[in-house]
Design a binder for this molecule. Structure first.
Ligand SMILES: Cc1ncc(C[n+]2csc(CCOP(=O)(O)OP(=O)(O)O)c2C)c(N)n1
Ligand SMILES: [Mg+2]
Length: 348
């Protein structure tokens, strides 16, 4: 995507080469990235304090990919994510307090505290999880899209997964079936270059992930995942293609996680200089800077947006803290079905 015009026209006047970036839209993208970043920073603190237990995977650094990738979806479109999915849940409209309560293990959580950080789900908001198994969400996305195709519904299913999932059989099976059956899936690879401690080049013979689309006869695109506008533009194009042709599309967004894989990971497999280099591309720094250059943001508005994000997260923590755990009597709810009644004498 070419850049909007110079500050003189504040990005407001359209021309052949300067797409319009509406100020309200720019602020929305920035507000969303701030909410996700502040939410995850606070979650890390809560984890250290022992208020969140189990696993916690943060996507700090990857906000532009999640925000740009979801901005192009319609509210009715479906989203399946992997386990680094706080951003995706929030961006599909799951309230921050509900996500935080889930991570606190409280009854106000979207799974009543049973799932935790890796298993968020809210199907009513078209957010279908949250999968701890690498590549595990992909067959589900294909199934959702198959149902939409059979029922002739116009929705797109966006399936987010990491570069690690590309090494799984499920990736290839799902791209193959979705292409063969012409299913409306947007396969969205959040390529942060690492699968736990394994660098992409150590598990992929051909590491240009978007090119793997050719093997299934579908479109593949690559985009700078640190640039929220580029990600949104690419995703918009891809979603239009999926909706217009009914065929799946694969997007690879190149991004980077600034923090370790999980709260347990000592992060010894990456060169500190590499991390520092990627941090200079922090979308929470570069996007506000561009908006300032284009006259769409001043320091005070940035402070206000940031304060609003921080306040929303504090409110979420307070509400999560105030929510009780599930009563013991509910422990088996949603876990065990009704006992199957055997015909008398069947097993004897
Ligand atoms: C099928 C399967 N194999 C291995 C694991 C262990 N595991 C957990 S996270 C992970 C790395 C996945 O990396 P990627 O898909 O790139 O996602 P990222 O952590 O970078 O967001 C692995 C191998 C798992 N959860 N599931
Ligand atoms: Mg990865």
């Amino acid at each position: 995507m070419s850049e909007p015009g110079p500050a003189a026209d504040a990005g407001l006047s359209p021309s052949a080469t300067t797409p319009v970036l509406a100020p309200a839209h720019a602020r929305r993208l920035l507000a969303e990235m701030l909410l996700v970043r502040r939410f995850e920073e606070r979650a890390a603190e809560c984890y250290t304090e022992g208020r969140i237990r189990g696993f916690l995977h943060l996507g700090v650094g990857q906000e532009a990919t999640a925000v740009g990738g979801t901005a192009a979806l319609e509210p009715e479109d479906r989203l399946v994510a992997a386990y680094r999915e706080h951003a995706h849940a929030l961006l599909r409209g799951v309230p921050p307090a509900v996500v935080m309560a889930e991570m606190f293990g409280r009854s106000a959580g979207c799974c009543r505290g049973r799932g935790g950080s890796m298993h968020l789900i809210d199907a009513q908001r078209r957010f279908y999880g949250g999968y701890a198994i690498v590549g595990g969400g992909m067959p589900l996305a294909v199934g959702l899209a198959l149902a939409d195709r059979l029922e002739q519904r116009p929705h797109v299913t966006a399936c987010f997964f990491g570069d690690g999932a590309v090494a799984e059989g499920a990736f290839h099976e799902c791209l193959n079936l979705a292409a063969l059956w012409r299913l409306p899936v947007l396969f969205f690879c959040e390529n942060n270059l690492y699968a736990m401690g394994t660098a992409l080049g150590r598990h992929q013979a051909m590491p240009l992930i978007h090119r793997k689309a050719a093997g299934y006869g579908i479109e593949g695109m690559v985009v700078d995942g640190m640039d929220v506008l580029a990600v949104e533009a690419a995703t918009r194009l891809a979603v239009e293609l999926v909706r217009g042709t009914g065929m799946p599309v694969l997007i690879e967004a190149r991004t980077y996680r600034f923090r370790a894989h999980s709260m347990y990971d000592p992060d010894r497999y990456r060169d500190k200089d590499e991390v520092a280099r990627w941090k200079t591309r922090d979308p929470l720094v570069t996007f506000p800077r561009r908006l300032r250059d284009w006259g769409l943001l001043d320091d005070e508005s940035l402070r206000e947006l940031d304060a609003a994000a921080t306040a929303a997260v504090e409110q979420a923590v307070a509400e999560a803290e105030a929510s009780p755990p599930e009563p013991a009597a509910e422990l088996f709810r949603d876990l065990v079905g009704e006992p199957i009644r055997q015909p008398a004498g069947a097993l004897s």
